[in-house]
Design a protein around this ligand. Structure first.
Ligand code: ADP
Ligand code: MG
Length: 368
């Protein structure tokens, strides 16, 4: 089984799409995994993903299929990553955050607040005597700089690697949280910081479209019996819009800058290509180090973690070209086959396991 779960989500037609282009849609549902896509030349292709969420799909369904298994695995020492991909306006932020992170309408709440609730539900329902500490961090990647959204003075965080921690962000602020409301307040303050204190090179691009938002949730369990620790990390990524830089209407130097902002996404595509091409047994060079995003996600994409990719698309025929490029990106990612492994330390000996079988009551650390 592929450990990258790839889903497609089509949002409802927007009123602007209806007004300017009518009700013509490019997707015809076959079942919950397969659909026919009509491109701008009216040619049909069939796509299959682990799950397809159509216009009427609910936020809760997306959470239950895509995120809940990852949240549960974090309690079994398996790191998990959820990535939203797609052109600007395709529904990445709506899927991740909902209309707002503090949204109270249960139906509209996004993945992030549901993940927070899910973590605290896992703690409540745990049969073992455990003490759990949850830590939140939040960064934005813009023009290949990593900025701490909980401390704006830290505007060029370095990515480091150690044997014990694997890839980590040096000096990043970690906020300890003890209940869901507190977590949401912290997330809201970080999200609000995205707009503050930054002189964007491309000021006319609206905030949230050109940067990548990365949220880390660390789950550390202390088994009361013998004080041993188990750790799992969740990473949620709201990517920059995947549309081609030329489409933004920018020209000359500004266009070059817009292209450089897209670097993370093109390197992400290269990493996925490298992971999915080549012959079995042959080790391919994977260009993780070519962008900050792929370096941060190296563990996730490299196979020792659970990853879910949500490919967000407009259903409008007028956006068929960008939707097709998003779906092709998802189809390539769907070919990544890897088995996440956890290394569980029991006393001095370390055993390798293929997930989902980390042994109970052991100190676990991920193999990197
Ligand atoms: P992106 O983050 O990909 O640029 P947004 O998430 O901001 O796009 O979505 C663009 C618009 O579409 C927003 O007004 C959002 O509320 C709306 N939208 C996106 N997905 C859905 C959905 N599944 N249901 C209802 N409205 C949606
Ligand atoms: Mg967005």
């Amino acid at each position: 089984m592929s450990t990258i779960t790839v889903c497609a989500r089509f949002r409802p037609l927007s009123s602007r799409e209806r007004r300017d282009h009518g009700d013509s849609v490019c997707v015809q549902c076959l079942d919950t995994e397969t659909f026919i896509f009509k491109d701008e030349k009216e040619e049909n292709s069939t796509f299959s993903f682990d799950r397809v969420f159509y216009e009427e799909s609910e936020q809760a369904q997306v959470y239950e299929f895509l995120a809940l298994p990852i949240v549960r695995d974090a309690f079994n020492c398996v790191n998990g990553t959820i990535i939203a991909y797609g052109q600007t306006g395709a529904g990445k932020t709506y899927s991740m955050e909902g209309p707002g992170i503090l949204e109270s309408d249960e139906q509209r709440r996004g993945l992030l607040p549901r993940v927070v609730d899910g973590i605290f539900e896992c703690i409540k329902s745990s049969e073992k005597a455990i003490k759990v500490s949850i830590k939140l961090s939040m960064v934005e990647i813009y023009m290949e700089r990593v900025r701490d959204l909980f401390d704006l003075a830290k505007d060029n965080i370095q990515i480091k690697e150690s044997k014990a921690q694997g890839i980590f962000l040096h000096g990043i602020t970690e906020i300890s949280i003890t209940d869901p409301a507190e977590a949401l307040q912290s997330l809201a303050s970080g999200i609000a910081n995205r707009a503050v204190g930054e002189t964007r090179i491309l000021p006319y691009f609206s905030q949230g479209h050109r940067e990548i938002l990365v949220i880390f949730v660390g789950v550390q369990q202390e088994l009361k019996k013998d004080n041993r620790l188990k750790t799992g990390k969740l990473v949620l990524v709201d990517l920059a819009g995947s549309e081609k830089a030329e489409k933004t209407g920018a020209e000359g130097r500004v266009l070059e800058e817009a292209k450089s902002i897209n670097k993370s996404l093109s390197v992400l595509g290269n990493v996925i290509n490298a992971l999915t091409s080549g012959s079995p047994g042959k080790i391919n060079h994977i260009p993780y180090r070519d962008s900050k995003l792929t370096r941060i996600l190296q563990d996730a994409l490299g196979g020792n973690s659970r990853t879910a990719l949500l490919c967000c698309c407009s259903p409008s025929a007028s956006n068929a070209q960008e939707s097709l490029s998003t779906l092709r990106f998802g189809a390539r990612a769907n070919h990544i086959k890897a088995s996440p492994q956890v290394k569980c330390n029991e006393g001095k000996s370390a055993k390798k396991h293929v997930v989902p079988s980390p042994t109970k009551d052991e100190t676990c650390e991920r193999i990197l």
